[in-house]
Design a binder for this molecule. Structure first.
Ligand code: SAH
Ligand code: SF4
Length: 367
């Protein structure tokens, strides 16, 4: 039965080589297998025609290539696509594709829910359920490429990948690292480091580790320019306050000249969007390798916050620009299908209780 088989999707190159060797074949065949999977979108061992019949038979007996199951897929008026993926009983995550003129960005999830409980986030409000495996993370890219016709046309459709969907990727370091490696591998999805971005709420030890092990582009959810406010919006700040987080960021960026860290800053009406907040932010980021991405807040049912008015967001951006800090306003995409930042809650007909430490979360999801 399939449960006993090894899923080759998401298996790093060295592990795949060991797996092939264990079957009694030369490890270099792993290279061919990877090309079939990631470069050609092939899951059927029989179709891997440059492998011997013996190896194909051995693979068919012991291995499989299985992607997450698509529960529904939706397309927005603006071309954004969203897939709701089934990750087991009552567990759903979302993957979003955002086409732009010069690139196509895939936003993928790393966990079912999130334990970090940021007060403005729909995923956080849902609670934490479980970590995704490397196969489930890599599988999101694989299935999107297939659904978008990339393998048929040979044209690069997914040019960028961002870990900005559901979950805190650095809280699932063990699966995220191999998944990142496959995204960068020349036998994998062959993306450059600049085109893969990991967004974190600020798990400092893992930021440092990532800098050493897989220096992809880093985005940090800052959202507040001082500790009391950030404590209130993001409980993780009580563990890793702003100064400690920024120090890790400068270290991360400093490893290679010309690199920067992107700071995400959600614009919450009357909460963190005033000129005094902009001034505080300027003093934190001025003359640093930093870029700011202002995200207009996306409301979700039950939230206490509302989106800052456009003029307030623009004024905030202009203050940053005036101080020489690169700043942009994120365009909201796919909000008609709840695919915008922070709206990803994987709504399903289910109620699950997930335990995390001493805290019990009610994971409530709606149809
Ligand atoms: N857990 C990671 C990555 C996923 S969230 C992180 O927090 O960085 C992706 C981005 O969307 C983060 O910057 C997050 O703070 C932001 N976000 C969360 N809820 C939002 C909302 N309701 N409106 C706009 N952005 C939101
Ligand atoms: Fe988790 Fe990120 Fe949402 Fe915070 S903003 S609850 S870290 S997904």
């Amino acid at each position: 039965m399939s449960t006993a088989k090894h899923n080759l999707l998401g298996m790093p190159r060295d592990e795949l080589e060991a797996f092939v060797a264990q079957l009694g074949f030369k490890p270099f065949h792993a290279r061919q297998i990877m090309k079939w999977i990631y470069r050609r979108g092939v899951a059927d061992f029989d179709a891997m025609t440059d492998l011997s019949l013996k190896l194909r038979a051995a693979l068919a007996q012991t291995a499989e290539i299985v992607e997450p199951e698509v529960s529904t897929s939706q397309a927005s008026r603006d071309g954004t696509r969203k897939w709701l993926l089934r990750m087991g009983e009552g567990q759903r995550v979302e993957t979003v594709y955002i086409p732009e003129t010069s690139r196509g960005t895939l936003c993928i999830s790393s966990q079912v829910g999130c334990a970090l409980d940021c007060s403005f986030c729909a995923t956080g409000a849902q609670g934490f359920n479980r970590n995704l495996s490397a196969a489930e993370i890599v599988g999101q890219v694989w299935l999107a490429k297939k659904a978008l016709g990339e393998y048929e046309t040979g044209e690069r459709i997914v040019t960028n990948v961002v870990l900005m969907g559901m979950g805190e990727p650095l809280a699932n370091y063990r699966s995220v690292l191999p998944a990142l490696r496959i995204m960068l591998d020349e036998l994998g999805f062959e993306l450059s480091r600049r085109r893969v971005t990991l967004s974190t709420s600020g798990l400092v030890p893992q930021v440092r580790r990532l800098g050493e092990e897989c220096n992809v582009a880093l985005a940090v959810s800052l959202h507040a320019p001082n500790d009391p406010l950030r404590d209130q919006l993001m409980p993780i700040n009580r563990k890793h306050p702003i100064a400690e987080l920024l120090e890790a960021c400068w270290h991360y960026a400093g490893e290679q000249t010309g690199r920067h860290v992107t700071f995400e800053y959600v614009m919450l009406d009357g909460v963190n969007d005033q000129p005094k907040h902009a001034r505080e932010l300027i003093s934190l980021l001025r003359n640093r390798p930093a870029k700011v991405n202002l995200i207009p807040f996306n409301p979700f049912p039950g939230t206490e916050y509302s989106r800052s008015p456009k003029a307030v967001i623009e004024n905030f951006r202009d203050m940053l620009l005036g101080a020489g800090i690169r700043a942009t306003i994120r365009r909201t995409r796919g909000d008609d299908i709840d695919a915008a930042c922070g709206q990803l809650a994987g709504r399903v007909n289910d109620r699950t209780t997930a335990r995390l430490g001493s805290k019990t979360f009610q994971v409530t999801v709606q149809a």
